[in-house]
Design a binder for this molecule. Structure first.
Ligand code: 4NP
Length: 155
C-alpha cells in the first residue's frame, strides 16, 4: 500500500481538494486497496475544522465530496511514501521539518501534463474563479499523479 499525503498551508482549501480528487480517481480505477490517502497543513490555525465551504461547494458541483478535517503535519507523517505539496513555500516548510525525507516531497504541478504554472495558487482571499482554477489544476494533476504511480508499479 502507498501512503500519499497532500499538504498546503491551512489544509482547508488546496490539499483537501487534492486529497478528495486523488481519492476520486483512485476509486474510479478500483484501486482503493492500494492507497492510504490523507492531507495536512504546514500551519495549524484551522485544526479540527472542515474544509472551506467555498471549496467544498465548488467541488460538490463537480461531483467530488471533500470530507476531511484540517490538521497540522506531524512527525507521524514521516512514514508517508510521497508528500505532495501545492507551492514552493509548502515545499520549504515541509522539507525544513527534521523528520521529513526531502526526497519524498514533490510539488503537485510537476505531474500536470500542461500546466504553465508551477504552484497551485492559494484561493483563500479570492473569488469563485480562484476556487474553480484550483479544482481544474488539482483534477488533472492528481489524475496524472495516479498514472505515474500506476506506471511505476503499485505495491
Ligand atoms: P490552503 O489555503 O493553504 O489552500 O488551505 C489557506 C487557508 C487559510 C489560510 C491560508 C491559506 N489562512 O491564513 O488562514
Amino acid at each position: 500500500m502507498s501512503n500519499i499525503l497532500f499538504v498546503c498551508l491551512g489544509n482547508i482549501c488546496r490539499s483537501p481538494a487534492a486529497e478528495a480528487y486523488f481519492r476520486h480517481h483512485v476509486q474510479t480505477r478500483g484501486l482503493d486497496h492500494a492507497f492510504s490517502i490523507d492531507s495536512a497543513g504546514t500551519g495549524g490555525w484551522h485544526a479540527g475544522e472542515p474544509a472551506d465551504a467555498r471549496m467544498r461547494s465548488a467541488a460538490r458541483k463537480r461531483g467530488v465530496h471533500i470530507e476531511s478535517k484540517s490538521r497540522q503535519i506531524a512527525s507521524s507523517d514521516a512514514d508517508a511514501d510521497l508528500i505532495v505539496v501545492m507551492d514552493e513555500a509548502n515545499h520549504k516548510d515541509v522539507t525544513d521539518l527534521p523528520w521529513i525525507d526531502a526526497s519524498r516531497v514533490r510539488c503537485l504541478l510537476e505531474f500536470h501534463p500542461e500546466a504553465s504554472r508551477t504552484e497551485v495558487p492559494d484561493p483563500y482571499y479570492d473569488g469563485a474563479e480562484a476556487f474553480d482554477l484550483v479544482l481544474d489544476l488539482v483534477d488533472t494533476a492528481t489524475c496524472a499523479l495516479l498514472d505515474y504511480l500506476e506506471e511505476r508499479g503499485l505495491d
